[in-house]
Design a protein around this ligand. Structure first.
Ligand SMILES: C[S@@+](CC[C@H](N)C(=O)[O-])C[C@H]1O[C@@H](n2cnc3c(N)ncnc32)[C@H](O)[C@@H]1O
Length: 240
């Protein structure tokens, strides 16, 4: 991998406690939704980009799918391996940066959920190139007609919450829709913190533009609830 980015360091440190986050508590419902959207028979190959601790990958494997999980953080992958062992399922885990990872086989579907790599920027990443590289690689990994489900942070939240001071202090750039903020995690030596950068998507329409550039079309979209950090989600089909 080219270099360690801040998110990799954060997730390596946060991995043992990741599953305590409240947003991980609806995994079964999320997997039900994914399977309704994908409409694939068990045995199909699914790629999980930014798979984290494998909460979706392991549940999909339990239901008979052949799953490959890719993540930049070895700490998150170690938790994922543990979860797969406990569930007694086989999942292929790959330690890679999704902006560079091109699999050597094609998949029946890809999921990239809860900011799995998408929009999680290293300090030197160009926000447009970063996310387009991930979409390009996902596109290359899909069989023709295969589906792809993506959720991304909601840019409307940033527009609503950011102040002029945030813009002047470089905490939010309304041109690129990138915010800079501090993440914290616990270590045996105490709390650690890092400044990270995250991008956001303004609306499903802007996702459609990015997808169209890769040769995919958007089928359905949803936007998270007003007033929350809720995301923008889409299901796409590779149509060439
Ligand atoms: C918020 S977690 C989401 C994990 C999982 N998809 C879920 O829904 O719980 C984001 C994950 O993306 C991974 N990640 C961040 N940047 C990445 C990149 N460039 N390539 C691959 N994985 C990346 C992180 O290591 C982390 O595991």
């Amino acid at each position: 991998m080219k270099r360690r980015n801040e998110w990799e360091e954060f997730f390596d440190g946060h991995a043992p406690l990741y599953m305590d986050n409240s947003f991980t508590k609806n995994t079964l419902e999320e997997v039900e939704f994914v399977l309704e959207e994908l409409r694939l028979p068990p045995g199909s190959r699914i790629l999980d980009v930014g798979c984290g601790t494998g909460r979706h990958a392991v549940e999909l494997a339990r239901r008979g799918y052949q799953v490959t999980g890719v993540d930049i953080s070895s700490g998150m992958l170690a938790e994922a391996e543990k979860a797969a062992r406990e569930a007694d399922v086989d999942v292929e885990w790959i330690h890679a940066d999704a902006t560079q990872f091109i699999p050597d086989r094609l998949f029946d579907a890809t999921i990239c959920l809860c900011e799995g790599a998408f929009s999680l920027l290293g300090s030197y990443d160009d926000p447009i190139e970063h996310d387009l590289a991930i979409l390009r690689n996902i596109y290359a990994a899909l069989k023709p007609g295969a589906r792809f489900i993506l959720t991304a942070p909601n840019g409307c939240r940033l527009i609503r919450q950011a102040t002029q001071e945030d813009v002047e202090n470089g905490r939010f750039d309304p041109v690129t829709m990138v915010e800079a903020f501090t993440v914290e995690w616990d270590t045996p030596e105490g709390k650690k913190s890092l400044l990270v950068r995250g991008g956001a998507v303004m609306c499903p329409q802007s996702l459609s533009c990015s997808f169209a550039r890769q040769g995919s079309k958007r089928n359905t979209s949803g936007v998270g609830p007003q007033g929350t950090g809720g995301g923008v989600g889409s299901t796409l089909t590779r149509w060439r």
